[in-house]
Design a protein around this ligand. Sequence first.
Ligand code: ATP
Ligand code: MG
Length: 777
Amino acid sequence: MPEEYSKYLKSLNDRQMEAACGDISTPLMIVAGPGSGKTSTMVGRVLMLMHEGIDPSHILAMTFTTAAASEMRERVGAVAGKAAAKELTISTFHSFSLQLCRSHAEKLGRTAEFLIYGHGQQRRAVIEAVRILKDKKKMLNKESEMEVEVSGVSSPQHFKDKSKRWLKYVAKAKSAGRMPEDCHRMGDEIGAEILHCYDDILKSCNALDYHDLINCSLKLLAEFPTVFKECQESWKAIIIDEFQDTSPMQYSLLRMLASHKRITIVGDEDQSIFSFNGADVSGFDSFRKDFPMHKEIKLNKNYRSTRCIVEAASSLIQNNVKRCQSKDVLTDNSTGSKITIKECSNENAQCAYVVDKILEITSEGSSTKYNFGSIAVLYRRQVTGKIFQTSFRSRKIPFNTHGVAFYRKKVVRAVVAMLRTVLPACGDDPYRKVFKALLPFDKEEKKKVIEHIEKVLTVRKCSFISAATDIFSAKVSGSLKRSQLTQGRKVLSTLDMISKLVHREQSISAVITSVANMIPQKYLLEQRAVVDVDGGKLLNEDNDVRSVLHYLLDDVSDFLTSQTSPTQEKSDDKTEGLGCLSLLKAFIDYISEREKENFRSRRHDNENSVTLTTIHQSKGLEWDVVFIVKVNESEIPLLHDMSGVGTENGSSIEEERRLLYVAMTRARKKLFILYMLLDSSWQVLQPSRFIREIPRHLLENHNELSQNVPGDNQQFPRGKLPISDGPATTESAEAKMIPGDNHLCEVSKELSELMGACNSNGFLRRFNVEDRGTVSQ
Ligand code: ATP
Ligand code: MG
């Protein structure tokens, strides 16, 4: 065994070593609490697999976030070398399934360029399905249950309300892998018809939705022996981190992929935070049943956090009553400093506190000096992070958010270049980029055409666009083929359209959406390919046009806020007074600034910048100092109503508690928990009920708590409160809440952004500003 491997394995404790070095053909389950070295053990397992002769290119590791994937690759790379780490395939279920479905799209009745329908498209497809069925029933003049269901759906609003229910129905059925035939069998005729019709619509649009990706992968494996064989040959060993977040369908997929039994699952049910997305901890039991010869190893020593943090987090999670793997998490680490709970009057005060604290603990004079890179600010929803970004910028605190390479994405650059062309004296560069993006040729042919323009430009000493105009209006066509001339002319007319659009349109959002729509499918598909992340293969998940457009439109909103004085109401992105052109110019400058900033933070990345991220994205990661902000009711817990899962019930509250548990256990040394009293629209906020569940002796400033954090015998305004410091009673843990705001869960947005990898014109066209609203709210 290479020396580095054995050195690494020797650094593990006995149980970890036993897990990592056990027989690789024996299915392995590692269950343990946070910070107990699960991922470290997984890395050891990967080394062992390689040592036993399995080529790294045949090892498939599943994780749940791109950050976790990079982390994993880095950890393997540090021991086995970058080359070996590069060979590993680290993927999420959805990106893995997407790749599989694309490779065998024809078997699914699709072409390889199939679209992925997000929430907006799904909703439209459901509305369409209901409409079709309603018409069909009318034609048959058949009074049926269906008639009752869809009758009275005359007003568009009413129709939408009905369709919401059906959308939930479809999502639920699909996440359970239910086919129309199954509905028939269950006597659910209407459901069967809706599902059938919905599937037909998606098929006719060459589309799949997110649930389909998993279900279709399963179908491919189950019904096509060649695909099954191919997968068995490709993936000789499978490792899954954060197993608690797998849904039953994903688990079925795993079971099929792991028919060779070289499977390792690693997880912690207390960290299961994706149940709204179908994740189900029953996977552990299924694994036990399906792999009866498996070995199970429990780790119980926390290496990450101070005793104070471990104790606080354990006390919190003990309030969950639905726990099967109850475990004592111990640590040999020192007690460390107490947890700081901070009450802030509003969002600005909260941000100011965090900024001041960060500057204080990173200053030379601080008793314990931390690097920016060892600090994270965690929040429930992406939108909470915005104010920190602005404030960090102005106080010169370097920060990173996951996905920092956003402005360097080719698709973003293409959109920005297209916008730039309308600015006076924009130079040749944007035109060059636009031709590269818009010419629908392969790389070689594109290069030829662009080289030809450059040649003419040099000879004539003119601008790129003048040369292109002369060439494509056939004044100096030279050696170009007819098709090349035709396409070149099309690019010119697109540029013309953009210019007209900018002069006609009044809103930047509308201009950006239209401009993004002009990028040809071929180019978008090129960008969708597997990309290299940190030199390794990672199925690219956040390079899809939908998220690109979404973030760009988000930037518009930020930009407009930055243009508005504090006393002004932020209205819309109408360009009153300024004119679209000047506003656009200012927006492009704003974007360039962000790009530079992101580039800087990318270079420093974790090394010397504060991480701003959502709790869901923080899974598996760790920092010395963690600020969890906006720990308020209707934030944590935020009771959501996504795909009909987990509203108003105990399990939903338990999942919310787990979310805070995950956040708290990211901290190594110092934990801050902040809550606000007023939100930005002056609504009174309540501190999260969970704060009360942290034993007071572990809090630095518990005296301040008594007033606002609901305490003993205090009636909580939005539900019942746990009333003791210790574990809650069943009743309190399952406290019912009145339904929370009907938010679509932010996480689902992130997930779908992560998971999407489909770039196509058609997709974009269907994704308009209105959809963005529904996805992100
Ligand atoms: P999470 O549940 O949050 O994903 P985890 O169980 O995967 O946590 P790791 O991230 O693997 O935990 O490890 C947590 C920290 O403990 C890391 O900093 C790791 O280097 C350290 N660690 C793990 N095992 C040991 C060990 N045997 N000796 C010393 N440090 C260890
Ligand atoms: Mg881990």
